[in-house]
Design a protein around this ligand. Structure first.
Ligand SMILES: Cc1cc2nc3c(=O)[nH]c(=O)nc-3n(C[C@H](O)[C@H](O)[C@H](O)COP(=O)(O)OP(=O)(O)OC[C@H]3O[C@@H](n4cnc5c(N)ncnc54)[C@H](O)[C@@H]3O)c2cc1C
Length: 300
């Protein structure tokens, strides 16, 4: 994306908030990655649609970013447009036991707001540091539950720049994947179906979940959560540990001592270090157990 293209895009939509050359390390929880050429923060659906239409018209590459909690951003950065909804698109409302949220709402907020209303179903997400858009795109989950257990429908922008409503059946929500990832759809808002529960019990359960996370996960270090998907019938962390790689590092990128499924940034890691570390892990685990570990993190 050159200077002229950047200027054309900005000038065609002067009311939108733009930033140039934003370090991806500052937009992702792993804290690595070079600059994103152009970043925008739309305030509503119309602005998202205008940006996407303009990017299509000018043939510029673009990508949706949530809280960047499942992203490994390359050191060379992203030479395109990043669309971020987590700054301005954070409305949430209840209609009986249905919860509708804009894509930029933290999924943790959904858990707590639902609990306050005495609504159960989404408490499993109370420690997932992603947005509603990112959680649906990844079909995020924990404690044997995932987004598909509460998902009803979402409003998306498709490849023809049309706003469409997609039902659960149309979303192909699978283990840490969905049609959103496959087709690069843009989620604008999502509706979840919850059910009546007892507020104190829901909050107690969420406190238990959060305590378990604190005890088991290296939350004191930058990471992207579980770096690899769970292979069928096994756990990535257990295989990595049994391969003798707990604590193994490539410069500042390290296999957590606390939870071998987490790769952490001990301070000065680069994306290259994480690519190298993950390749070593994949090779060793394959040689030792014949299991191919697939990355859960999305490379940007
Ligand atoms: C400490 C820690 C713990 C974690 N624990 C869990 C866990 O228990 N369970 C779990 O499943 N994950 C976990 N994760 C991973 C991560 O939080 C989830 O995958 C989360 O749902 C990603 O949301 P995000 O907003 O950060 O998305 P991002 O990381 O920004 O993006 C992830 C993907 O979603 C896409 N995306 C984001 N927003 C939209 C949108 N509006 N429209 C279309 N596509 C979009 C992006 O393009 C990208 O492909 C953890 C991560 C960390 C750092």
């Amino acid at each position: 994306m050159n200077q002229l293209e950047t200027r054309n895009l900005r000038e065609s939509l002067p009311l939108i908030h733009w930033e140039e050359n934003v370090p991806l390390a500052s937009l992702t929880t792993l804290k690595v990655g070079g600059p994103a050429r152009l970043v925008c923060y739309p305030k509503n659906e119309d602005e998202v649609l205008s940006v996407v239409k303009a990017a299509h018209r000018l043939r510029l590459p673009f990508h949706l970013l949530g809280f960047g909690s499942n992203i490994l951003a390359k050191d060379k950065g992203y030479d395109g447009l990043l669309i971020i909804l987590t700054k301005n698109m954070k409305n949430l409302s209840f209609d009986g036991q249905m919860l509708t949220c804009q894509a930029g709402v933290p999924i943790v907020t959904c858990s707590y707001e639902a609990a306050n209303q005495g609504l159960s179903g989404i408490e499993f997400a109370c420690g997932i540091p992603g947005s509603v858009g990112g959680a649906v795109a990844m079909n995020a989950g924990a404690y044997e539950k995932s987004i598909d257990s509460v998902f009803v429908s979402c409003r998306c922008i498709n490849h023809d720049c049309q706003v469409v409503e997609l039902s659960k059946e149309e979303m192909n929500l699978g283990y840490r994947t969905s049609r959103v990832i496959d087709e690069k759809l843009i989620i604008l808002s999502v509706t979840f179906q919850l059910h009546a529960g007892i507020k104190t019990e829901i909050i107690e359960l969420m406190e238990e979940y959060n305590l378990a996370r604190k005890q088991k996960q290296p939350l004191e270090y930058p990471s992207a959560g579980s770096f690899f998907k769970r292979p069928p019938g096994n756990f990535a962390g257990a295989l990595i540990e049994q391969a003798g790689l707990k604590g193994f590092s490539v410069n500042g990128a390290k296999v957590s001592e606390k939870h071998a499924g987490f790769l952490i940034n001990t301070g000065n890691a680069t994306a290259k270090d994480f690519f190298q570390l993950s390749r070593i892990i994949q090779d060793k685990v394959y040689q030792r157990f014949g299991v191919r570990l697939e990355t859960e993190v999305q490379v940007l």
